[in-house]
Design a protein around this ligand. Structure first.
Ligand SMILES: O=C(O)CC1=NCN=C1
Ligand SMILES: [Zn+2]
Length: 420
């Protein structure tokens, strides 16, 4: 057989285990790593995997010498607020003065100031800005991204954000999963009338389904935002309409969003910094993936991180994400989150790699096309400027990618001799 491409001389090839459900507890500790390997690609898919020795018998049009470097599947970022207008650098001073996140929101800042900027921005301006961030994510090794709306808080702007995500899907050859986060905050015009606002966002579900603008819905279940009961109502309505559901749960106050996610069979429960022991237990007995966002905890200057060790050791499945957004975690770099997972969540390198590949793919229903490299899988591949898989979480705050491929096509490559 003549393959299209052959990557030879791979120091370590990371091969996360593909399974029908996310890796849970003990199984997260295992990571298959093939030393001195090679991988072939045909028609955009993985067509052969073997040793460098065996690769000598393999015929391919194009060859890439990996020079003994590390190779992995493309990274999966299952929680971003990618499409938004404006930025919130001016809030840094308030944060430094210790003004809490929810207080800034209450004063009309935070999410609500991004809402203002997003409402003002044209669809094309939102698209141009989001494109810039998508390209930066790709250059950092991410080839599958979840993108939420939630900065419109009115029909027109929520649909505008969702249309921008659709346009990004048509422009970039990456996997893009769209989530409707209409109930992200309560706009000033509905202050004191939260239920009426939630009803208006629930009414949008039919249109979003008809226009196929989102696969999931999400809600910010938090003090001063949406209650547990309001979250239940919105999530049940979403399930009824055929959406998958997600929830920003127990980020700051323990309202019980984690338990609700497990009860309703949510695809994921995200944040979980204040998740209760009961919530962790129920999550570990469910198929709901715990998506942890240590970059947000760091950025908000908090001391307490999500209890990743309790989650994994109690049998839950854990994924990691950037939570890229203009206010509480301003980074597209999932590699940095891998470092926070090691430094602050005490996750092992094996758990971390599973959390940014197979488990992250399960959290957004893309486990059939992302997060692993088995024969027939899309050849979403990263060649790293590192020789082993421990190195990426260890050396933080920089970009370690050398080559980023989606379906066998090189999307980004470090220029020769360019150490930047
Ligand atoms: O602050 C933001 O813009 C994003 C966010 N939503 C809920 N937590 C953080
Ligand atoms: Zn978020």
């Amino acid at each position: 057989m003549n393959h299209d491409k052959l990557i030879t001389n791979i120091g370590q090839l990371i091969l996360p285990k593909r399974s029908s459900q996310a890796l849970k507890g003990e199984t997260m500790k295992h990571l298959t790593v093939k030393e001195d390997a090679a991988i072939a690609i045909s028609d955009g898919k993985v067509s052969w995997i073997g040793s460098s020795q065996e690769a000598q018998q393999i015929h391919a049009e194009g060859r890439i010498d990996a020079r003994g470097l590390l190779v992995s599947p493309g990274l999966v970022d299952p929680h971003t607020h990618l499409v938004h207008g404006g930025s919130r650098e001016k809030e840094m001073t308030l944060k430094q003065q210790g003004v809490p996140y929810l207080e800034i929101l209450k004063q009309g800042g935070g999410i609500l100031s991004t809402v203002e900027a997003t409402r003002q921005a044209s669809e094309d301006e939102l698209y141009q800005k989001a494109s810039f961030h998508v390209e930066r994510m790709i250059s950092h090794g991410t080839t599958t991204i979840e993108a939420k709306s939630g900065y419109g808080l009115n029909t027109d702007t929520e649909l505008k954000q969702l249309r921008v995500t659709q346009l990004l899907k048509e422009t970039y050859p990456i996997n893009l999963v769209s989530t409707f986060l209409g109930p992200h905050a309560v706009p000033q015009s509905f202050k004191g009338n939260e239920d009426a606002f939630l009803d208006s966002m629930t009414l949008l579900l039919d249109t979003i389904k008809e226009q196929d603008l989102a696969e999931y819905t999400d809600i910010f279940c938090e003090t001063g935002v949406f209650t547990l009961e309001q979250s239940r109502r919105f999530m049940e309505a979403s399930l009824e309409k055929g959406f998958g559901v997600k929830i920003h749960a127990d980020e700051i106050d323990p309202l019980g969003g984690t338990e609700l996610a497990a009860e309703l069979g949510a695809a994921s429960a995200d944040h979980l910094v204040a998740a209760s022991d009961e919530g962790i237990k129920q999550l570990s007995e469910s198929d709901t993936v715990a998506v942890l966002l240590p970059g947000t905890t760091f950025y908000l200057g908090k001391e307490t991180y999500a209890r990743a060790r309790n989650l994994i050791d109690s049998g839950a499945s854990v994924a990691l994400a950037t939570d890229f957004n203009p206010g509480s975690c301003v980074t597209e770099n999932l590699q940095l989150i891998m470092s926070f997972a090691a430094l602050k969540l005490k996750m092992t390198p094996e758990e971390i790699w599973n959390a940014v590949t197979v488990n992250a793919a399960h959290a957004i229903g893309k486990d059939d096309v992302a997060g692993s490299l088995e024969i027939g899988d899309p050849a979403d591949i990263v060649v790293w400027e590192a020789t082993n898989y421990h190195y990426i979480p260890y050396h933080y705050g920089v970009n370690h990618t050398r080559i980023v491929m989606k379906s066998g096509q090189i999307l980004w490559e470090r220029k020769e001799g360019n150490a930047l």
